[in-house]
Design a protein around this ligand. Structure first.
Ligand code: NAP
Ligand code: HSE
Length: 439
């Protein structure tokens, strides 16, 4: 504990999020300090390129291009890792934890990949690790799961965890805007990751789903243990087909636990949601999470899931928790810190346990018998067709077939896709979307 209750803060990373933290902590410092009874001193910040022009101006003496010098600086009480990536970020995080400092992180990729090592380092060396900004930007979902909903087990958590993808899908649907232009705008607005494939291919959502699954179930699920599919194959025609069927399309993370079988599934994919579903109606960069607890029932959270201000809000809340922890010691209010539910032998659900209805879009030769051949493949695999929409495809002599199924499972649908790809009448890779029949 610092005698004077002055806490020095180092920002490793001074890009979109880092500058937001500096700006808003500076503008709200007086109120925060009054509430915390401590002085918050933004002491140091690191960047890769010291010459780059930045919107938020700081004295040159504050800046360094060596983030490890901040992590290892004994005068820095709270190290915020806001760089991204998993190599240097891991070194910075571990170095700070090993000297007993508090680390505040927005880095879901790092937590997903190295969470067990980071938590172990915090526990072993008396450091502390806070990561509210890592999932759903400004929405305090981590506090909700750890503290507000601690009385519950969680049969289902699902939602929109990537602002960039939700922004792109919304613009494509509402404005009929082309994918590339909308992605460029999302980057300009500071929503997208430096490597945009993390967003559009579903990996960022998967990293966040991994963090939520650990918080809710005490199990670390890696991305290669999940179904992870992104949004790049969705077309305007899919939105029109989905609307005809009464659905919208969202990229969802879905974390389901079957407590009777003790099976957990974590998956990320574009999902058809009924038009009246509350998550289906969350647009733009907003995130939305539906959490069903066995005691509380279903609760719902929504807010800005990406961008400078929303993310800074979450980082500053962790800095405030860190200051409170350093001032008062580990009090009861920090219930959730480094405690998670016991996994109780829970195992990952096999593909046949993951069940839903499905939407299948095929481009086929428009000739007699093709629909029958497709139906025959599905019948042999016991996949029951619920509806068919046929329309002309872009290519001459081809048709677009959209089939929905009754409830089936991942094993049967994976076999169905394999056999359909092998039919000569199927002209391109079928698109499979899941239908989310959720509350
Ligand atoms: P960003 O704008 O790219 O900023 C990254 C910062 O880290 C920059 O200051 C950069 O220096 C510095 N940096 C990167 N690699 C470095 C290296 N190898 N050595 C030294 N400095 C390095 O990224 P961001 O959007 O702020 O995101 C930061 C973290 O927050 C990521 O983990 C991201 O996933 C997470 N996050 C972002 C958002 C969001 O909406 N942007 C929301 C939630 C969480 P330069 O400025 O000199 O290039
Ligand atoms: N690229 C991420 C998103 C940033 O769009 O949601 C927030 O984690």
């Amino acid at each position: 504990m610092s005698e004077s209750h002055t806490f020095n803060i180092g920002l490793c990373g001074f890009g979109t999020v880092g500058q937001g933290v500096w700006k808003h902590l500076t503008s709200h410092r007086a109120e925060l300090e009054a509430r915390l009874g401590a002085t918050l001193n933004l002491a140091r910040a690191s960047v890769r390129d010291l010459k780059k022009k930045r919107a938020v101006k700081v004295p040159a003496r504050v800046l360094t291009d060596d983030p490890l010098s901040i992590a290892n600086d004994p005068s820095i009480h709270i190290v915020c890792e806001l760089m991204g990536g998993t190599t240097l970020a891991r070194q910075v995080t571990l170095a700070a934890l090993r000297r007993g400092a508090v680390v505040v992180s927005a880095n879901k990729a790092l937590i997903c990949e190295h969470g067990p090592e980071i938590i172990a380092a915090a526990q072993k060396h008396g450091g502390h690790f806070f990561f509210e900004a890592s999932v759903a930007g400004g929405i305090p979902i981590i506090k909700a799961l750890r503290e507000g909903l601690v009385a519950n087990r969680f049969p289902r958590i699902y939602g929109i965890l990537n602002g960039t993808c939700n922004y792109i899908l919304t613009q494509m649907e509402d404005q009929d805007a082309p994918y590339a232009a909308v992605l460029a705008e999302a980057k300009r607005l500071g929503y997208a990751e430096a490597d945009e494939s993390l967003d559009v291919d579903g990996w960022d959502t998967a990293h966040k789903a991994s963090v939520l699954a650990w918080l809710a179930h005490g199990v670390w699920v890696k991305t290669d243990q999940m179904i992870v599919e992104g949004i790049s194959r969705i077309t305007p025609a899919d939105f029109k087909n989905a609307a005809t069927l009464g659905f919208g399309i969202k990229l969802l993370a879905i974390i389901s636990r079957d407590f009777a079988k003790n099976e957990l599934s974590v998956r990320v994919h574009p999902t058809l949601l009924p038009e009246g579903n509350v998550v289906a109606n969350v647009s733009g960069v907003f995130n939305a999470i539906s959490v069903t607890g066995d005691v509380v029932g279903t609760t719902f959270y929504s807010g800005r899931g990406a961008g400078q201000d929303a993310t800074a809000s979450a980082v500053i809340s962790d800095i405030a928790d860190a200051a409170s922890l350093l001032t008062h010691g580990k009090g009861g209010h920090l219930l959730g810190e480094v405690t998670t539910p016991n996994a109780n032998g829970c195992r990952l659900a096999p593909p046949e346990s993951i069940r839903s209805r499905y939407y299948l879009r095929l481009t086929v030769r428009d000739e007699p018998g093709v629909l029958a051949r497709v139906a025959s493949v599905m019948a042999k695999l016991k996949v029951s067709i619920a509806s068919v929409i046929q329309s002309p495809a872009d290519e001459p002599g081809a048709a677009s077939l959209v089939l929905t199924t009754h409830e089936s499972n991942e094993r049967a649908m994976s076999a169905t896709l394999k056999q359909l790809r092998a039919l000569s009448a199927v002209l391109d890779d079928p698109l499979l979307l899941r239908i989310g029949d959720f509350e």
